[in-house]
Design a protein around this ligand. Sequence first.
Ligand code: BGN
Length: 488
Amino acid sequence: MSKGHMDKKPVIPIKAGSLEKTRTSSTVTVFFEGAVRKKTLALVFIFILQVPVLYYLYTTEVSAYVNMKQDIKSTSSMSSISKLCANGSCTNTKNLLKLRKWAQRYPARSSLRHMVNIVEPSTTAAPSTTVAPNEDNLSNMTKTEQLQNETILPVETTTIPSTTTSTVSSSTTTESTTTTTTESTTTTTTTTTEATTTTTTVPEKPAEAGEDAILPDCPETPPDLQGNIDVSFAHTAPEMSKLEADNPLVKDGGHYKPPYCKALYKVAIVIPYRDREEHLRYFLEYMHPTLQRQQLDYAIYVVNQAGTGKFNRAKLMNVGYAESIKDHDFQCFAFHDVDLVLENDKSIYSCPSSPRHLSAGVDKFNYQLPYSAIFGGVTELTKEQFQKVNGYSNSFWGWGGEDDDMFNRVKFSGMNIIRYPMDISRYKMITHQREKGNEPNPKRFDQIRKTKDTMANDGLNTLEYKVVSKQKNKLYTNVTVDIMAPAR
Ligand code: BGN
């Protein structure tokens, strides 16, 4: 192609309106460009606005969450440190420093302050406010029991037949549910105390207000339960001094309280007793550690029948009840044979919603109920339940029947008995000869036929005894008592 030809650019005619079009498109561009700028500005503006909002959220919500997480972490470390302290390693400086740091960081956490006070009493001021004690109540008990999945038994329709003997296979009661019979029983508690025979009203110790106020409640499920316990009586029971050394946290009178949380239940363990020293040492050997793992506030009362007259297990248990409530505001009472040792710590001695039969499975009976209405061995009732049935009868001298009478009392008071599942209701019995003065009571058959008529006038409201001595030993309170036993 020639240059001239190349220089001749074609003239493109501008059509009418096309310039306008170009002008319009650039206006739009400008408009959009402006909008984008505005949008960017808006975004920048929004972004700037976000800063204080996010900052606000962070300082409130997020930091609360972070603190909570740290709190949880602290709590679990706290519990591991508690364990160390319980083992006597509280002097560990690293732990102490950690405790002190946490206590400073979370001044509102009274439990931390309290721990520092325990570990290092002089360095931390006592908490300035006292929270009112959180009184344990029945709704707590019900919750625990729901969790523990207890078996509710039907109340028997018949009384224990008089033909039943003490043999293992004697099960002649019927299993149908019943009408509730409500007998009005008096709840006045009277007794004779301290070597006098005058009948006096049992004083009830006022609540130990404030004592536990700074501790958090113990958990519903104690963390250190181990399940099955290997119980054996093949060895000689340890000496009392060894048992005392093994249980340093048990205070005088056999009283224990969990050191780092407020127990949900205050339980008196009442043991009717005479001349079973080695059994008692086996009992203390196994039961103290078990009850501590159950995180109970408990004390052990050994009610020792003075003299050589006929033995009266039931009356001794009434005495144990009456004497224990003078010392502490116990909420419930475990009436416990000294020769029975619990083999599974998941059978918690918590306060029951209905009278509870704890020793459902005993090795002697092949871990099966000898009869469905059996209510002997180990039972537990709240104070209200025990008062409602007027306690045990005082009139069963010698072996047998007093527990069946108590079963009848429970039934005639319109209550059911409950049990834990058989796989945890397990006890090992220390084998022994029946002692002199505890021969079978021939009147028992007749007595248990008449419970309905006698219970209102034979029990806590007619209890008379003389305290020969009351000693707070290291691992148990020893109440030696004259119960005016007939000669054997
Ligand atoms: C029962 C006894 C109970 C005892 C159990 C288990 C009687 C009353 C007459 C039926 N009752 O037979 O007291 O706890 O055996 O040993 O003897």
